[in-house]
Design a protein around this ligand. Structure first.
Ligand SMILES: C[S@@+](CC[C@H](N)C(=O)[O-])C[C@H]1O[C@@H](n2cnc3c(N)ncnc32)[C@H](O)[C@@H]1O
Length: 198
């Protein structure tokens, strides 16, 4: 599902600052990172001081335009944004990044796309860092807020979230697609899981 940069940048990004810092902490100083389905690039900007080079890719031209407008207002030289389909990252060579990251995006994809997306992430990077909803979601305001956000997203997004949830989230999906979880933690009052994998 392709989304609008202005909506996401205005209403969603400001809520996720701490999550961005937590993801950045998984990256070693000087590593190269590709952020897949980067949206407005909020995670890419958060990585700018830690990584030597960050590449954000998203299928939505609106998201990439939003990210590039923001980039032009900075003097950062180590970030680039490209329109690209996460299932076909053919412009990037094998193991051309230290890390392939994906934040809060896997749950919104049709499960039929998990395999091509995850295998492309494995192909282009030596390590994978993925953040997405914890399954089960906690019975607190963070869990309730997550359910409401996904209900409000509606349509295809909500349908795919339900399938993600039913499948068991990252702990179930990643091993099914040949990705070995090395490290895992629950963050944001237990609403999200952050996983480092190979
Ligand atoms: C939930 S949003 C962005 C999340 C973003 N990673 C963040 O942390 O803010 C999911 C993104 O996936 C993008 N998307 C959907 N299908 C895609 C595809 N096949 N390849 C790449 N990006 C895709 C959408 O355009 C949208 O920006």
């Amino acid at each position: 599902m392709v989304e609008s940069g202005i909506f996401y940048g205005t209403f969603v990004d400001p809520l996720l600052t701490r999550l961005r810092m937590r993801v950045t902490a998984e990256i070693k100083q000087g590593e190269t990172v590709i952020d897949v389905a980067c949206g407005t690039g909020a995670q890419v900007f958060a990585l700018a001081n830690r990584a030597s080079q960050v590449t954000g890719v998203d299928l939505s031209q609106s998201m990439i335009d939003f990210a590039n407008r923001r980039l032009r207002k900075t003097d950062l030289k180590n970030l680039t944004f490209h329109t690209a389909d996460a299932t076909r990252l053919e412009q990037f060579g094998d193991k051309s990044f230290d890390v392939a990251a994906m934040t809060l995006a896997l749950h919104q994809f049709d499960p039929g796309l998990y395999e091509p997306i995850l295998s492309e992430m494995k192909r282009v990077a030596k390590r994978i860092v993925i953040v997405d909803y914890a399954v089960p979601l906690p019975k607190n305001y963070a869990g309730l807020g997550s359910r409401i956000a996904e209900f409000m997203a509606g349509g295809e997004h909500n349908h795919n979230f339900k399938l993600y949830y039913k499948t068991g989230g990252l702990n179930s999906i990643l091993p099914k697609h040949g990705i070995k979880i090395q490290k895992s933690a629950f963050i944001a009052k237990g609403a999200f899981q952050i996983v480092t994998a190979v």
